[in-house]
Design a protein around this ligand. Structure first.
Ligand SMILES: Nc1ncnc2[nH]cnc12
Ligand SMILES: [Zn+2]
Length: 352
């Protein structure tokens, strides 16, 4: 818990999370439990896999995005049955609820499972069950977004997109958007122009990681060639004031992940995340956890870290919270409910 007098206020803000990879919510404890249940052998040669505690310690030492990703993909090897995916997502939703999340737009990586012979239907059935439970038991509304892996050949992403089960999930609305993730450097967004064109024709929501480890030119590329309506991370946007102005004018939201940026060494500290530049330029952004089980912080930890580093006023927190609600892909009715919750919180807080 942070020491700020605003901790309770930050916790009670009606938060929307837009950047959380469900596979990144796999704690070492759950990973080891599922690996045992499913008779999966974890890498013997790496001392990090000696125990859940050893793995947690290794997570404190990531040197780059790719260094993290090797553990992220190994971790997934423990996920086999629908019930495993459901347990994973349910674990995340419970954390999210405790942190004051009202609406969560969650990523998953279909290619990383299908390549291990775990079917798309198995993955989606499990995640969807947890989403339904989150709405019923925790009042959290959800949207599932399928991310495509940019380190794999483009043809793989197209084959996945056209798979009948994937098309069915887009048709019936179980999965509403697509994203692009994994290793960023040397995999510019324009490689995936055809994929995004097809997704746009299908009426899907479009987002992409850009400007995390990669340069600001990848953000321009993703906007121009993929037609994205949201930018995941996007911290390099501050390197190009003209583009920053355009993103602000077009009301394109960034899903910023401050603790992730520090842990993966994209910045030296949360102070270096350009929160104040974005606020000054009118760039809309939300604050998110990315891969909470790997980076040691869920969404509220990220809010607290931003507060500690940038000392936002109540008015500025209102701006951030409102941008997150308005930039969500849920219905206007749902946005209205969250905006009322924000209004009520602000009234109560002013009266204190
Ligand atoms: N931070 C991140 N960047 C790119 N791909 C990811 N997949 C999971 N987390 C990621
Ligand atoms: Zn991410």
């Amino acid at each position: 818990m942070c020491q700020s007098p605003l901790h309770d206020f930050l916790k009670r803000l009606p938060k929307c999370e837009h950047h959380i990879h469900l596979e990144g919510a796999l704690s070492p404890a759950l990973l080891f439990k599922l690996a045992k249940q499913n008779s999966i052998t974890l890498p013997q040669g790496d001392p990090a896999f000696a125990s859940p505690d050893a793995l947690l310690s290794r997570y404190k030492d990531f040197t780059s995005l790719d260094d993290f990703l090797q553990y992220y993909y190994i971790g997934m090897s423990a996920l086999i049955h629908s019930a495993d995916f459901e347990a994973l997502a349910w674990d995340y939703f419970q954390h999210a609820s405790a942190d004051g999340v009202h609406h969560a737009e969650v990523f998953f990586d279909p290619q990383a499972h299908v390549s291990r012979d775990v079917s798309y239907a198995t993955v989606v059935t499990g995640f969807q069950a947890a989403c339904e439970r989150a709405e019923k038991e925790l009042g959290i509304t959800t949207i599932l977004t399928a991310c495509y892996l940019r380190h794999l050949p483009v043809a793989d992403s197209l084959a996945m997109f056209h798979h009948p089960d994937v098309q069915e999930s887009y048709q019936n609305g179980t999965v509403k958007g697509i994203g692009l993730d994994s290793s960023e450097l040397n995999f510019p967004p324009n490689l995936f122009k055809e994929l995004y064109g097809k997704a746009s024709e299908r009426g899907l929501r479009l987002t992409s990681h850009a400007g995390e480890e990669g340069p600001v030119e990848y953000i321009r590329d993703a906007l121009d060639n993929l037609g994205i309506e949201r930018i995941d991370h996007g911290i390099r946007l501050a390197d190009d004031p003209e583009l920053m102005k355009e993103v602000a004018e077009r009301q394109i939201m960034l899903s910023v992940c401050p603790i992730s940026n520090v842990v993966l060494r994209c910045v030296k500290s949360v102070k270096e995340v350009p929160i104040r530049k974005f606020l000054a330029a009118g760039v809309r952004f939300s604050i998110n956890s990315d891969d909470p089980a790997y980076f040691g912080g869920y969404i509220l930890d990220n809010y607290c870290a931003v507060h500690e580093a940038h000392d936002l006023s109540i008015k500025e927190w209102e701006t951030v919270c409102r941008a997150g609600i308005e930039g969500s892909w849920c219905s206007d009715k749902r946005k209205g409910e969250m905006l009322s919750a924000l209004r009520i919180l602000l009234q109560v807080w002013e009266g204190k």
